[in-house]
Write a protein that binds this ligand. Structure first.
Ligand SMILES: Cc1cc2nc3c(=O)[nH]c(=O)nc-3n(C[C@H](O)[C@H](O)[C@H](O)COP(=O)(O)OP(=O)(O)OC[C@H]3O[C@@H](n4cnc5c(N)ncnc54)[C@H](O)[C@@H]3O)c2cc1C
Length: 407
């Protein structure tokens, strides 16, 4: 057993930290406040470092190491989050990295040829599209309908609270979303299908919401009216959408947790540095246990979660290369634990950091308030609410009697 990153992983981490600290960190506030979102030179620079290619095989222009895709993804997203505490650039990146992994796993040759080279080059946004106005946790009840007619699916319905509509419009084709749709309403969750919906097809309209945080990345809703989605956009098999989307969520949740942990790590560093310099009652603030112990509590959780997250990322990759090693439940409980605890840690680390800064912490002079607003998205629901994670863990540890998702 070896708990260290490999030499290649270490070099990747060092190279991107250096670039992100120099190029992204000074612009995080601007990204949070400028309505144009993440500047093109930032996404292009990240693409050149191979960040968007970590889950894309070489034949499509990426640099994926088989079995280590999510470990590299996790490293990248942690580093991006350290540099942009608003969570805009980390979430933008984790969506494209995570859902490209799924396009590669479940997509047809034609779809992969179309989407993956552009995603790896930072020229396309790749997102996830499951939530509907009627709810996001209970996915078996979604209504957006896709009917197969010859070479196309005719799509009608509505999706809500989805990340990236503005970014899709800005980048153009082949941007789009891995989407959950109903192909057979009589079969419940077995009638759901995973389908790539290119964002620019005729019959699609979109809106955006006004969020409280993560301002550099849009969220919005889609309306589909008789949209013709080519049949080659099918992800996996018809009727297997529920299972495939759950596989995708595990991969995405590794990266979500990585974003929250990267932010928490940076917040603890900022707080400790300020607490060391700032004096009160003749000594540095950090000498008071009332202050240092809050930071220590956050650091202890961070250290354990980073290790557990690495285990989760490794398990998915190892299972992909050595099928049958782990059950879906084994993987679910590790990753749901990380997705459940990491956003709360990010929130607490931001709050404690703000407390250490006193009145200064209530201003925009520190990036900590951006983190507080940004990680809140992952507490209220994005990529699965915290109680939904607890429900998955209860179900997979203790079986149907503890399953809150069935009556
Ligand atoms: C910033 C942001 C970005 C997002 N981006 C995307 C995206 O790109 N694509 C996408 O498809 N969706 C996206 N979402 C939506 C997200 O997936 C949903 O918010 C989430 O699935 C929860 O759905 P809901 O908001 O409809 O809440 P509901 O399903 O109505 O649930 C409301 C609350 O009840 C809790 N809850 C639900 N069931 C249980 C239970 N059994 N026991 C206890 N508590 C429960 C939930 O955790 C939640 O806190 C995003 C959300 C946010 C905030």
């Amino acid at each position: 057993m070896d708990f260290r990153y490999t030499t290649e992983q270490t070099l990747f981490r060092q190279a991107i930290r250096e670039w992100l600290t120099k190029n992204l960190e000074p612009r995080a506030r601007q990204i949070d406040e400028d309505e144009n979102g993440i500047p093109d030179d930032i996404t292009q620079g990240m693409a050149e470092l191979g960040i968007f290619g970590v889950t894309v095989p070489e034949e499509y222009g990426g640099c994926a190491v088989p079995g280590e895709e999510l470990i590299y993804g996790m490293i990248a997203v942690q580093e991006i989050a350290r540099a942009d505490l608003s969570m805009s650039t980390p979430v933008y990146s984790l969506l494209t990295i995570g859902w490209s992994y799924i396009v590669n796993k479940f997509g047809s040759q034609q779809l992969k040829d179309e989407v993956l080279p552009a995603a790896a080059a930072g020229k396309a946004f790749v997102g996830i599209n499951t939530t509907e106005p009627g709810g996001g946790s209970d996915l078996a009840k979604i209504k957006t309908r896709a009917e197969r007619k010859g070479d196309v699916y005719i799509l009608n319905g509505e999706k809500a609270y989805v990340s990236g509509p503005k970014e899709c419009a800005k980048l153009g084709a082949p941007s789009g979303h891995c989407s959950l749709v109903v192909t057979d309403p009589s079969l419940g969750h077995k009638g759901l299908t995973f389908l790539w919906i290119p964002a620019h097809l005729p019959g699609i309209t979109w809106t955006t919401y006004e969020d409280m945080g993560r301002m550099g990345l849009s969220t919005g809703g889609w309306i589909y009216k008789d949209v013709e989605v080519p049949a080659y956009c099918l992800l996996g098999e018809e009727g297997k959408g529920f299972y495939n989307v759950m596989f995708g969520f595990n991969a995405a949740r590794v990266l979500v947790a990585a974003a929250c942990l990267g932010g928490a790590e940076k917040a603890i560093e900022i707080a400790a540095e300020y607490g060391t310099q700032r004096q009160a009652f003749g000594k540095p603030l950090i000498k008071n246990e009332g202050i240092s112990f809050d930071l220590v509590n956050d650091w202890m959780q961070l250290d354990m979660l980073k290790l557990n997250l690495l285990r989760g990322a490794w398990m998915i990759g190892y299972e992909g290369e050595n099928p049958g090693t782990f059950s879906r439940k084994d993987i679910n409980v590790v990753i749901s634990t990380c997705k459940c605890l990491s956003p709360t840690l990010g929130h607490e680390a931001a709050r404690h950091g703000m407390m250490v800064h006193g009145a200064f912490g209530f201003t925009k002079e520190t990036p900590l308030e951006m983190l507080l607003r940004g990680v809140m998205s992952y507490e209220v629901g994005a990529e699965g609410g915290l109680h939904v994670m607890r429900g998955i863990i209860a179900r997979d540890l203790w079986g149907p009697a503890a399953n809150p998702f069935i009556s």
